[in-house]
Design a protein around this ligand. Structure first.
Ligand code: 2U9
Length: 342
């Protein structure tokens, strides 16, 4: 019996317990009422008195060893958890985790906001569901303007007489800024906007804008031009030319659209600029006095400039993306190409 107990000591020492199942198997095998130790204590009773002293000591040591082993294993499983697998080599390197990437629209929005915050513009954000006044009324849209039509704007059922809609531009955010702050105001508002357009390679019912607004005493069109020069040179490079064409918006007077020399062909003419050498990137103008007054700003004392651009358009130019729908399809083959610019 003495040698049997010695063998069992070695056996118990070599057992490895990695999870609760193995702990229970160990308990049943060695420490339960029908386990090996119970059997040995029964056998012990049959020993002659001279042997009892030594074997009794050995048996008690074996029992203590098994109990200690079981308690330590239970504690370790409770503290560290277990993987459910046997023989895990914890020193192995972890499995490769696939890195995510930023959406190209987010990358370009970040570049644009960085450029403007560097020269003192703050960032303003606001709600995507707007009332008619913040989206149209305050911005000098006449009652019969086509943008106010169901064909062009998504209206939200409100259950009462008030008109609610998905904002068609982020100018509504800047209306809120002008209502709540006194000049000088120098802010940009990036965000998602919605228009009831048929989806195609060049148009979508949702897209992203960055609009800019600067209101103070003595703000002029020359200030606007200089700020946009700075923006274009930071965004597309020092060699890029700009030009303004007269335009019309209800919220600015005078108004203009701004083109840059084609970043693909340098102005020589190519399919991207439709052989003209120029591509349109934004609209701008001096804030209409009615808009200033609607927002509680004295138009005799203050003037302001504003501009707006579609982020999708800038992104398509920057990365030569031909179909605007790519931005909204979440196709990993498209999105993963922007990893390197993370
Ligand atoms: C306030 C007053 C005036 C923002 C402006 C434009 C011209 C413009 C378009 C560019 C492409 C919209 O995304 S787009 O379709 N925007 O041409 N936006 S001036 O004028 C403002 C803004 C806020 C209070």
């Amino acid at each position: 019996m003495e040698s049997k107990v010695k063998e069992l000591v070695a056996e118990v020492e070599s057992v490895s317990i990695a999870n609760p199942d193995q702990a229970e198997q160990f308990r049943l095998k060695y420490l339960s009422k029908k386990g090996i130790l119970a059997e040995l204590f029964e056998e012990f009773k049959t020993l002659v008195p001279e042997q009892r002293k030594l074997v009794g000591k050995q048996l008690n040591e074996l029992k203590q060893l098994a109990e200690k082993k079981l308690n330590e294993a239970k504690e370790s499983v409770a503290q560290n958890g277990y993987s459910g697998e046997k023989n895990i080599d914890l020193s192995l390197p972890a499995e490769h985790a696939e890195l995510g990437s930023r959406h190209p629209i987010s990358l370009v929005r970040a570049s644009i906001t960085d450029i403007f915050t560097k020269i003192g513009f703050t960032i303003s954000e606001g709600p995507e569901i707007e009332d008619d006044w913040h989206n149209f009324g305050a911005l000098n849209f006449p009652e019969d303007h086509p943008a106010r039509d169901m064909q062009d704007t998504f209206f939200v059922e409100s259950g009462n007489d008030e008109k609610w809609l998905l904002r068609t531009h982020t100018s509504s955010v800047q209306v809120r800024v002008m209502k709540n702050q006194k000049p000088p105001i120098r802010t940009i508002s990036p965000g998602r906007v919605y228009r009831n357009e048929t989806i195609s390679a060049r148009a979508h019912c949702q897209f992203h804008q960055v609009e800019g607004l600067y209101v103070d005493e003595g703000v002029s069109f020359a200030n606007l031009k200089q700020t946009l020069y700075y923006f274009v040179h930071e965004m597309f490079g020092e060699d890029i030319q700009i030009r303004f064409r007269p335009s019309f918006f209800p919220f600015t007077e005078p108004s203009a659209e701004m083109d840059i020399s084609c970043i693909i062909c340098g102005g020589k003419g190519c399919p991207v600029c439709k052989q003209s050498g120029w591509v349109e990137i934004l609209g701008c103008g001096m804030v209409h006095p009615n808009v200033l007054e609607n927002c509680g700003i004295d138009s005799k004392k203050y003037t302001g400039y504003a501009f707006g651009m579609g982020i999708e358009r800038i992104t398509m130019l920057r990365y030569q993306i031909k179909d605007l729908r790519m931005f909204f399809e979440n196709d990993m083959r498209f999105l993963s190409q922007f990893k390197s610019v993370l």
